[in-house]
Design a protein around this ligand. Sequence first.
Ligand code: ADP
Ligand code: MG
Length: 324
Amino acid sequence: MNEFDLIRDVFQRHEAASHAVNQSPSDALIDCGIGDDAAVINTGLNKLVTCTDTLIAGRHFPNTTSAYAIGYKSVAVNFSDLAAMGSTPHSILLALALPQHLKEDKNWLDEFANGLFACCAEHNVQLIGGDTTKSDVLTITVTAMGFAEQCIYRNGAQIGDAIVVTGEIGSAAFALTEIMQGKPSKLQSALDTPSPKVEVGHWLNNQNIATSMIDISDGLLQDLGHICQQSRVGARLDLEKLPTHPYLNRVDLHGRLALQLSGGDDYELLFTCPKKQLNQIKQCELETSLTIIGEIIELEANKPIHLFYENQSYLYNGKGYMHF
Ligand code: ADP
Ligand code: MG
């Protein structure tokens, strides 16, 4: 059972069963529950968008990661999920489980806080509460809240839509391979202090351009797979178009594509939009680059995603990041 089976077969199923028995008045207010990048609650005026993500030392970041990067990233990964809904972050809660030696380490705590508040400050966000406990393994859970007038979901992709991504793909995974080999990496900042694409998400939402959106945190193939599954469509990817940092060209083509298709931690946005809107996208004045990498096609049984490299079918068996 992988993490998605577990969420569906245990939590989503029990949630649905408990509501079948106990019709709750809160039902009417929930626009989106389990299954998207964040949950959406209809407050009447605005939508309250909320998500939570946990980072565990040695699992989600190497033990050598600086305290500043850990603080920054624990916030950034959540803002990325809010961005994927088209929502603007408003506030966060911080649940911190600290080993004894870090609780005594004032420098570490200050640096952690510096990173956390740097990411908050970039988005005008306040820390409004949390919880602090002792644990053998450093574990950080941030819950983020944001607002939006409307949201962009994973289930709206239409056949014929273009598939577009922000930024560059594969940089964080490449940095991780270098760090794991004990080498310094030029792309370390992609791994340590990712920039959640809040501005792009907000712009797309305002322009009413995107039909579906997700953030790429678990690898391009896996996350595009969620769009395909929830929108009941297929996708064609043209791999020669993947936006790539020049530094990745030192890896052979197949190795690089594996990093780009299956590597996690990119925190870029992937969205779909009608091709007639592409001009609007090309003319936008955003800080982040947008690249068309493929198109939404009809779903073929058991094969949602078709890969091509320079119009030749490309064989690839890898998957994305799985927690289990
Ligand atoms: P993301 O990668 O965007 O953070 P995940 O893959 O972690 O999303 O989770 C997929 C969906 O499952 C999300 O809607 C998330 O809120 C939900 N989810 C994950 N774990 C649980 C859980 N233990 N109980 C309920 N919902 C969960
Ligand atoms: Mg996400």
